[in-house]
Design a binder for this molecule. Sequence first.
Ligand SMILES: Nc1ncnc2c1ncn2[C@@H]1O[C@H](COP(=O)(O)OP(=O)(O)OP(=O)(O)O)[C@@H](O)[C@H]1O
Ligand SMILES: [Mg+2]
Length: 275
Amino acid sequence: MPKTSYDDEIAALKQELLRSQKMASLGELVGTTTHEFNNVLMTVINYAKLGMRNKDEASRDKAFDRILAAAVRAEKITNAVLGMARNRSEEFAPTELEPLVDQSLLLLEREMQKYRVQVRKEFSAAPPVRAIGNQVQQVLINLMTNARQAMPNGGELVLRITHDAKAGFVDLTVRDNGSGIPREQLTKIFDKFYSTKSGPDATGKGGTGVGLSTCREIVDAHHGRLRVESTVGKGTAFTVRLPLWQEKSESAAAAPIAPLGVPNSLSSSTTSLGT
Ligand SMILES: Nc1ncnc2c1ncn2[C@@H]1O[C@H](COP(=O)(O)OP(=O)(O)OP(=O)(O)O)[C@@H](O)[C@H]1O
Ligand SMILES: [Mg+2]
């Protein structure tokens, strides 16, 4: 078989794999969302009962307040999921990272609360990047889930957006103050099926070892960079670097975007690795 047929076959298989990974993460999302929805419904039912039992105005006001807040939250969740399902586009488009991070967070909010993970957002103003929104969201959900799993007794999750105007890219960092990754494991974590987890946790996530390899494939396809910095006992930060949307290069059709060069670096206090 000539080399090109193999190449075509490999390309087709990669596409297929990406599609199934997308389906799997959608499946996980459905699980998380259904769980969230049940929580919201429990609130609505309980406060409706409370309002019916207590005829005084104060109790009824309180009940309506809680029911309204729960319903507003439910609406946000459905909109986020519908948005993901609708936005099936596999096209690159100008993408604002801030709403994308917020939406991903909304879907994992309850899970973070359950594991006592405080979320801190450090967003600075950034122009749109060149991205496929659904795929970047998939990267975010994988990274945030890993971060949460690295902090089984709670901790802090920092989500940071920074813009380097000169170099023309936006950095998105997901940082935890969890277990950290030993130096000898750092070279393996992006390998497909590499996992140090014994299996899925109570939320049904973890242990397959496909999360980070999918992240890397997606970031590569975006001509971006995915870097990790980690210190055992202190925590880990993954940074996704994405190129800015440039109207000109899009219309100039197929003008390749140069990969953003960040050399792999090893510093003394932290171990870091770039892909
Ligand atoms: N934030 C983190 N802190 C500590 N270790 C991490 C972190 N992120 C990833 N790892 C390590 O990298 C390994 C690979 O991560 P990856 O997301 O690919 O797989 P997984 O989480 O084990 O399973 P899944 O495919 O369900 O995501 C993990 O098993 C863990 O050892
Ligand atoms: Mg994972």
